[in-house]
Design a protein around this ligand. Structure first.
Ligand code: ZN
Ligand code: MN
Length: 136
């Protein structure tokens, strides 16, 4: 077997990106991930981070969250779960509730289309922003 140092390096970088992402529940941007990964792999480029995020997403190792903002947020948790987006500070929290499965049946019953999964997002204020507002 021939060893390809370039692909080996890619694999290591991808591993680091995945580890950093799985280590946080902040649903970071690619830029934030780049800053963290650079501490471990100093010579990595932002382009490489983007490229590897795309590969990880295609492999189903991560989720890309897009809320219509200009940049995506990433999630190392791949099982379906709900999110809460703070409209004040853009923080994203995991909603630790079981998935509502009867909604899939209701949709299929009413529309006749077979549901594979659904996405659900909550919007409002995080505790920090609520406290700030009350203090004003
Ligand atoms: Zn907030
Ligand atoms: Mn999440």
């Amino acid at each position: 077997m021939t060893s390809n140092p370039r692909s080996h390096r890619m694999t290591k970088q991808r591993r680091v990106i995945l580890d950093v992402l799985r280590d946080t529940d902040s649903h970071p941007t690619a830029d934030w991930l780049y800053e963290q990964v650079r501490r471990i792999v100093p010579r990595i480029s932002l382009g490489t981070v983007y490229r590897n995020l795309r590969v990880l997403k295609e492999k189903g190792d991560i989720q890309e969250l897009n809320y219509g903002s200009t940049y995506s947020r990433f999630d190392g948790k791949t099982e379906n779960h709900y999110h809460f987006v703070c409209l004040e500070c853009a923080r994203i929290g995991d909603v630790l509730l079981p998935l509502s499965e009867d909604i899939d049946k209701k949709v299929t019953d009413s529309l006749g289309w077979q549901v594979d999964f659904h996405r659900l997002e909550f919007y409002g204020s995080c505790p920090d922003c609520t406290a700030k507002e009350k203090a004003q």
